[in-house]
Design a binder for this molecule. Structure first.
Ligand code: UGA
Length: 427
């Protein structure tokens, strides 16, 4: 099937590469010309496991194409995926990128009944209220000249390819049966269950999913804070709780709270939608407030242990919002560094991938190329991201600090004695 993809970010490019690998002819477009040039050369502009090889193989096989010319992607395409980002401003989701992409699509759609499939995250009701009128304004009558589906994406950074190839479910929110049929046909060789719903239901499934994941994290962090007081290990508790199949062990890793560009943004958008409808979002508000205070807990614990941080040199291990990515968006490391600077500490940091990205936020702190280098010059340290390599930390590494103490924001499997470490929600 001929497919166009507008937006070559994590969602767009992972989808394009997987669909091409399944034998479809996929062309992706993006405003970022540099990105497009890289893809054309068979390279992935994004660091994501398995994506580079998939891009390379499918570019070589000419099933995957990249272009800066939108017409090349959209003309004759049966399905046009829109995978541009929808940032929030004061909790309100900004639709300009999406509207521009839809407008572009209408300029070049030529197929008999092309279907616009929206991957971008939109608050429930937005596709009907904002996108359908835009299609009409541009001379395309939805349901007559073209189809529309809301097809939310559930991939996580770090496991994007696997998540696109074998999602737990494929959700199709359809304007009409014809649109839904065409998209179902595209997914017919996927082994995942496909559910077909209204556009609004599909939009809500995406928000409810991300909010529930965040709920689990804030919940386990709140219980973890109590566990720490009682000298109970929250990870043992999570193990026992997670064995209940109704609950599951997933997303019960306690620590410094959630970061990234999705969970926070989606909850804020949902809270804002609720406010507009006069509904109290007290659970969602609580998730956010637990998360905010959780992010800076390691600094409070550090201060309790070593007193004033004024003039102390504090090492930060890990800067990205989770391992496997260089992305620092909403990373707890940002709040932690900010708190340390406010308390007069000197900060030195290391991340195997994210140093460069954090330099754009904190240009004045010191960055190191190894974690041992950070520990050597520090009075004490905070571990923020549970990169695999930190499991190698041992007694000798921690003894390099003048006051050997590592506050762990994430649980790792280190070989250091307990007296030199303290977990944020575990002993
Ligand atoms: C999240 C969702 O997991 C995806 O399903 C969704 O498609 C995506 O948002 C999106 O809307 O685009 P992502 O932000 O890539 O994916 O990362 P997650 O794996 O969800 O992690 C988010 C944050 O939660 C990280 O900071 C992570 O360290 C933290 N986390 C995760 C915990 O603190 N505890 C856990 O048990 C799991």
């Amino acid at each position: 099937m001929k497919i166009g993809v507008i937006g070559a970010g994590y969602v767009g490019l992972s989808l394009a590469a997987v669909l091409a690998d399944k034998g479809n002819l996929v062309t992706c477009v993006d405003r970022d010309r540099e990105k497009i040039e890289q893809i054309k050369m068979g390279e992935s502009p994004l660091k994501e496991e398995g994506l580079d090889i998939l891009v390379q193989e499918n570019i070589e096989a000419e099933r995957l194409k990249a272009s800066s010319n939108e017409e090349n992607a959209i003309k004759d395409a049966k399905i046009i995926f829109i995978a541009v980002n929808t940032p929030t401003e004061n909790g309100q989701i900004q639709l300009q990128n999406l509207k521009d992409a839809v407008k572009t699509a209408t300029n070049y759609m030529t197929d008999n009944y092309p279907v616009l499939a929206i991957k971008s995250t939109l608050t429930p009701g937005s596709t009907r209220k904002e996108i359908l009128p835009l299609l009409q304004e541009n001379g395309m009558e939805p349901g007559e000249d073209c189809g529309v589906c809301v097809n939310p994406e559930f991939l996580s950074q770090g496991t994007a390819i696997q998540d696109v190839r074998e999602p737990d479910r494929i959700v199709i929110g359809e304007l009409d049966e014809k649109s839904g049929e065409l998209l179902s046909r595209l997914y017919s060789d996927f082994e995942s269950p496909v559910i077909r719903e209204s556009m609004e239901t599909a939009e809500m499934i995406k928000y409810a999913s991300n909010s529930l994941l965040a709920t689990k994290i804030s919940f386990i962090n709140e219980i973890g804070n109590l566990c720490k007081e009682l000298d109970v290990d929250i990870y043992d508790v999570a193990e026992g709780v997670g064995m209940d199949s109704r609950i599951s062990r997933e997303f019960l890793d306690s620590g410094t709270g959630f970061g990234g560009s999705c969970l926070e943004k989606d909850i804020e958008a949902l809270i804002s939608l609720m406010k507009n409808r006069g509904i109290e979002g007290s659970v969602l508000e609580a998730i956010m407030s637990v998360n905010e205070s959780q992010k800076v807990k390691p600094v409070e614990i550090l201060e309790e242990r070593i007193g004033s941080l004024e003039g102390k040199r504090i090492g930060i291990l890990g800067l990205s919002f989770k391992p496997g990515t260089a992305d620092v968006t909403n990373s707890p490391a940002i709040d932690i560094i900010n708190q340390l600077i406010n308390r007069g500490a000197e900060v030195t940091a290391y991340d195997p991938e994210a140093n460069e990205n954090m330099k754009k936020i904190y240009g004045d702190i010191e960055y190191s190329e190894t974690y041992t280098e950070v520990l050597e010059g520090s009075d004490a340290a905070i571990l923020v991201t549970d990169w695999e390599e930190f499991n190698n930390i041992d007694r000798g590494d921690l003894k390099k600090m003048s006051n050997p103490l590592l506050i762990e924001g994430r649980k790792i499997d280190h070989n250091a004695p307990e007296k030199f470490t303290e977990g944020v929600t575990w002993p």
